[in-house]
Design a protein around this ligand. Structure first.
Ligand SMILES: NC(=O)c1ccc[n+]([C@@H]2O[C@H](COP(=O)([O-])OP(=O)(O)OC[C@H]3O[C@@H](n4cnc5c(N)ncnc54)[C@H](O)[C@@H]3O)[C@@H](O)[C@H]2O)c1
Length: 306
């Protein structure tokens, strides 16, 4: 693919990783980050990814950080928005983008939950507004959900998927702008059941984690739930569904176990206790293990593509 000029809005957790992976694919990336401290810390955060992945540090020369939006996005073929998850803010950013870039520039939002139908509601050229839901950390997790809203053109979907595929990502086409898209709906359906099992005293939180990691989780990277159903046979899948589904949790609101923990200040690793207790050093060990695991996988994928 020809190197393109690409803009990224917001150089926070997601924005700096998105900028990295696009620069690693050969593109020139301008990042608009209004917070001076975060702008100043970008080179250090990007250099940490170079260390983790063993990439050539020269790719960082293709990333520039800007205090203003216009110089970051001018002449861009794509702009990826990764600003805070607030609808009025995202609408304002998209309105400003409309006057800063050409009518052909594809405007993508990394929103986790806000429909791009709403974000792009007042724009003149709505066919180029699309959702691109990266997973954290975006430079390591392969999947990007590409969400087409009612106005997004098929050509814009194709161009976005091509760009992401060329950058080594695994884009999937989500055909309707539904809350949670596909990945978070699946993830939270499992979490709802996990919270219910712990709340009912069936097992503790640690056991849930062991069951997932050492059980079906051990094979999910090579066997998705649809493949697994076909593997065991749909007759067996139906027999299990007939017996089990009526017992699964169907609570329509957030579970009280979660609400009560938050009320008690038990927020998880950052407060030392959440669903599990975290002694000093344990949370850092989990983060380091995760980062190493994802980086090893990313390196292996890159080697496979070379
Ligand atoms: N964190 C995740 O795991 C994750 C995963 C997928 C999607 N997302 C989504 O990505 C988006 C960004 O999330 P994040 O975790 O990177 O947040 P973050 O807070 O780390 O980063 C947001 C950045 O945007 C900057 N910003 C604030 N106002 C701005 C403005 N007017 N214009 C441009 N930039 C501005 C902030 O200074 C900050 O650096 C959100 O929509 C979030 O829902 C997050």
């Amino acid at each position: 693919m020809q190197p393109l000029k690409i803009g990224v809005i917001g150089g926070g957790l997601m924005g700096h990783g998105i900028a990295y992976l696009l620069a690693a694919a050969g593109h020139e990336v301008g990042v608009f980050e209004p917070n001076a401290e975060l702008r100043a810390s970008m080179p250090r955060r990007l250099a940490a990814i170079i260390d983790l992945l063993g990439d050539d540090a020269a790719l960082l020369e293709r990333i520039s950080a800007h205090e203003q939006m216009v110089p970051a996005v001018q002449g861009s073929s794509f702009v990826f928005e990764a600003a805070p998850e607030k609808l009025p803010l995202k609408q304002k950013i998209f309105a400003e983008l409309e006057s800063a870039v050409s009518a052909e520039t594809i405007l993508a939002s990394n929103s986790s939950a806000i429909p791009t139908t709403e974000i792009g509601r007042d724009l003149k050229h709505r066919e180029r507004v699309i959702g691109t839901h990266f997973w954290n950390p975006p430079h390591l997790v392969p999947l990007v959900e590409v969400i087409q809203n009612e106005k997004t053109s098929d050509a814009v979907v194709r161009a976005t998927m091509d760009l992401l595929r060329d950058a080594g990502k695994t884009p999937v086409h989500v055909r309707r702008d539904v809350p949670g898209f596909v990945g978070n709906r699946l993830q939270h359906a499992m979490k709802r059941e996990a919270f219910a099992l712990v709340a009912a005293g069936v097992c503790d939180a640690e056991t849930v984690d062991t069951v997932v990691k050492e059980g079906f989780g051990a094979r999910t990277a090579v066997l998705g739930p649809m493949e697994q159903s076909d593997l065991v046979g749909l007759d067996l899948a139906l027999d299990i569904a007939d017996v089990l589904y009526e017992h699964l949790d169907r609570t329509a609101a957030a579970p009280s176990i979660l609400r009560d923990k938050v009320k008690a200040g038990k927020l998880g690793m950052k407060s030392g206790e959440g669903l599990r207790k975290w002694r000093p050093g344990e949370a850092d060990a989990v983060r380091a293990r995760l980062s190493r695991f994802l980086a090893d996988q990313a390196k292996a994928r890159k080697k496979g593509r070379a």
